[in-house]
Design a protein around this ligand. Structure first.
Ligand SMILES: [Zn+2]
Length: 763
């Protein structure tokens, strides 16, 4: 029933003047406001702002203009709110924004029975006319809808919070029937169902990989937990694909036991939380976790790689440090000898010029002077003779002299000892040299019987021989003890056979055995150093350098040169008599005469062993062509002649280098073995000294056993002038041979340490 009074003028009065000071105190809204509108709304004209006071009335109020729809008889039922001028808080809380009255009614009717009975009072609407001044001179009549309810403000809020909570909340009785639900839950679950939805309907919304069985198991687990076990809370996670959005959704049903206040029977209170985001987050986290684990594994691998690399670098570093130390020491090795050759000097100067350094004129003139000297040997340390003589202490001239004699064959200016026997008869001329004749081997007849070396190789010996083919520091002295009388022939046979040389060149195996045995017999084991064991050691080292040191990988090194190197090693000291070339020369030995003082020993080793080989029963070369035989002999001769230390500084070919390095290979042996070899050589020299004394000759330096000691005193010099530069040259050409240089450097340090401590270096 709306009425509009255009043109009518009322005087608006303020509520305060109407009701006096007690009307509104601003603190306790209830009595004053109720009194306010109870007294005054009927005959007052309200300004819109005056209506504000009604906000705090706990009864829902709505001031509006009502329209009507359809039949006037149905007016009340069909009344429509056309325009709202005012809606107080209680009304907003209860009903939300203004709606047609019938919609309010419908809302309440849709509520579950218990809720509805609580709310029924809201349908009783008291309508009253009220006048409102919207603008000066513009007053209209509106309808005041006053909703009757016993509900308090507090209840209204609780109800509103419950009804409009976006989290689904509902209660089911023990049969699982939903007896109450908030608005959202009810709308969600009642759609499309006749009657009240059930807890089973709620569970069935989910998708279960295990199908119907899994759904039932989950449902019964929940029912049993709440109604039988009486747990405090039971949770069920439910996932499904939304029909609206097609997106995967996840919810958690949280279920608590509760007593229904109507009948006090056990019921279940359910809250349904949307877990989609959590689930997504969970999946994201799981994915992140996986990827982090993968990254972690990768990092660990990387870390391991870095560790390995670090270890390698550390090793390299150690290696480089050692090399640096060796290099730092080499120009001024122990006892102050400079082993630089004119060639080294020239190369260093060129290197510095290449690197852009300025080379002083004085240095260039120095080098020019050295190069133009008539006696200059490009490969011999500069001023070696002077250095050797000057560096020797006045009390130890012998060391320098011995080196000089070894390398240059200088005659030794030492006075004969007065007590030396002066006799010089033919009988005394060559004591202990019965074997040495330039014709001895040639004239002999077959002395070696058929012999099968393969039959001598027991499993234990074979293991040692296997080691020999691959170890730089093979225990040759131990091997010699295990193979008395066969050391050299076994080593020769096994190496030639295992390296495939025998089959490759179709060598005659029986003749090879005979030959090896015959060569072995050409060495005298009563000689301390130059015996079968020394030769077996040289053969083993030759093999290591050729096969493992990288020489065979170099250009022009063919299989024939490997065979030649083995043969050269086998014969390189053949029929050594335990004295050196100087002795043969100064005693005018037959060999010195035969070979015109030129390397009599080395020439004899070659000639005598060749005479053996030329005998029919030893010709093991079988199918090797005449041309190859000549090439083989040339290589072997070249190598063996190169072992004369007088030719040390003019050695050039790599095969000569191999045999020379192998010949003094004990310098690279482990320190104990190296010292044993050094003592053996010293003893051999002492024996020569004994013979020199017996012949009334001056005793060679370091060979007098009654004097201060032998060659063990000169080791530092020998290492720095001969050993280290030679192995360095070898390693610079064949890096794989570095283990040898490492061994040599270790032994050198031992001798140095012994010299520094003043102890007897032989112990
Ligand atoms: Zn030798």
């Amino acid at each position: 029933m709306a009425d509009q009074m255009h043109g009518a003028v009322y005087t608006p009065l303020l509520l305060t003047t109407l009701s006096g000071p007690s009307f509104w105190d601003g603190t306790d809204a209830k009595p004053s406001t109720r009194a306010a509108y109870g007294i005054s709304y009927q005959d007052r004209v309200w300004a819109l702002e005056d209506l504000e006071v009604l906000h705090h009335v706990d009864r829902p109020l709505l001031i509006c203009k009502l329209g009507q729809k359809g039949d006037p008889v149905q007016l009340e039922a069909e009344a429509l709110i056309k325009e709202v001028y005012f809606q107080n808080l209680a009304c907003l809380n209860l009903m939300g924004k203004a709606q047609p009255v019938k919609d309010y009614t419908a809302l309440i009717n849709a509520m579950p029975e218990r809720e509805r009975s609580n709310q029924r009072a809201w349908t009783d609407v008291i309508k009253k006319a009220i006048r409102i001044q919207l603008a000066p001179g513009h007053v209209l009549t509106a309808t005041l809808l006053e909703f009757e309810s016993k509900m308090t403000t507090q209840n209204a809020r609780i109800t509103a919070m419950h009804q409009y909570n976006p989290i689904y909340r509902f209660m089911c009785n023990e049969k699982g029937v939903m007896v109450h639900a908030n608005k959202m839950a009810w709308e969600a679950y009642s759609a499309g169902t006749d009657g009240a939805p059930t807890l089973m309907d709620v569970f069935a919304r989910g998708e279960y990989p295990g199908g119907f069985q899994e759904l039932h198991a989950a449902y019964h687990e929940a029912v049993s937990a709440i109604f039988e076990k009486g747990v405090a809370c039971h949770r069920h996670q439910r996932c499904y694909t939304s029909k609206k959005t097609g997106k995967r959704k996840c919810t958690t049903l949280e279920m608590w036991p509760i007593a229904d206040p109507l009948d006090n029977k056990l019921a279940v209170m359910v809250s349904e939380y949307n877990m989609t985001q959590q689930k997504e987050l969970e999946l994201q986290l799981a994915a992140q976790h996986c990827s982090l684990q993968r990254q972690n594994a990768e990092l660990e691998t990387l870390n391991a790689d870095i560790q390995t690399e670090k270890e390698q670098l550390l090793q390299q570093n150690t290696h480089l440090t050692e090399r640096l130390e060796a290099v730092a020491k080499s120009p001024t090795p122990g006892q102050g000898i400079n082993a630089d050759t004119p060639l080294d000097l020239m190369l260093n100067m060129l290197q510095r010029m290449i690197m852009g350094e300025t080379v002083g004129m004085a240095q260039i003139l120095d080098l020019r002077h050295i190069l133009t000297e008539s006696t200059t040997d490009l490969r011999q340390p500069i001023g070696l003779e002077r250095q050797l003589l000057e560096s020797s202490h006045s009390t130890d001239d012998e060391v320098g002299l011995s080196m000089l004699q070894l390398l240059k064959g200088k005659s030794v200016k030492q006075p004969s000892r007065p007590d030396s026997p002066g006799a010089n008869s033919d009988e005394k001329r060559r004591p202990g040299l019965r074997r040495l004749s330039s014709r001895s081997s040639f004239e002999e007849q077959a002395t070696v019987a058929q012999y099968d070396l393969a039959a001598v190789i027991t499993p234990a010996i074979e293991r040692l021989l296997q080691d020999a083919t691959k170890q730089w520091q093979f225990d040759i002295l131990g091997f010699a003890e295990a193979t008395p009388g066969h050391t050299l022939s076994l080593m020769g046979f096994y190496i030639l056979k295992s390296q495939g040389v025998v089959s490759e060149f179709k060598l005659d195996e029986a003749k090879l055995c005979m030959y090896l045995r015959r060569i072995e017999q050409g060495y005298d084991d009563s000689i301390p150093y130059h015996n079968c064991t020394h030769v077996a050691s040289v053969l083993q080292m030759t093999h290591m350098l050729m096969v493992h040191g990288g020489v065979m990988k170099s250009r022009g090194a063919d299989r024939l040169s490997l065979l030649a190197s083995y043969v050269a090693a086998l014969v390189h000291d053949f029929e050594h008599s335990g004295v050196n070339n100087d002795f043969l020369i100064k005693t005018s030995h037959d060999l010195a005469i035969t070979y015109n003082l030129q390397s009599p020993l080395e020439n004899h080793h070659l000639a005598a062993s060749t005479r053996v080989f030329l005998q029919k029963q030893y010709q093991f070369l079988g199918a090797v062509s005449q041309e190859d035989r000549m090439a083989l002999r040339t290589i072997a001769i070249d190598q063996v002649l190169g072992t004369d230390m007088k030719k040390h500084f003019s050695v050039l070919s790599r095969f000569q280098m191999v045999l020379k390095c192998a010949d003094i290979g004990h310098l690279a042996a482990d320190t104990a073995t190296h010292k044993r070899w050094s003592l053996k050589l010293e003893e051999e020299f002492f024996r020569q000294g004994d013979m020199e004394k017996a012949l009334g000759l001056s005793v060679s330096p370091l060979m007098d056993r009654t004097h201060k000691g032998g060659i063990t005193r000169s080791q530092i010099g020998f290492f720095s002038i001969v050993g280290i530069p030679m192995y360095k040259a070898m390693v610079s050409a064949f890096e794989d041979a570095r283990p040898l240089l490492d061994g040599v450097m270790a032994n050198y340090k031992c001798w140095e340490a012994a010299a520094a401590s003043g102890k007897d270096p032989r112990t």
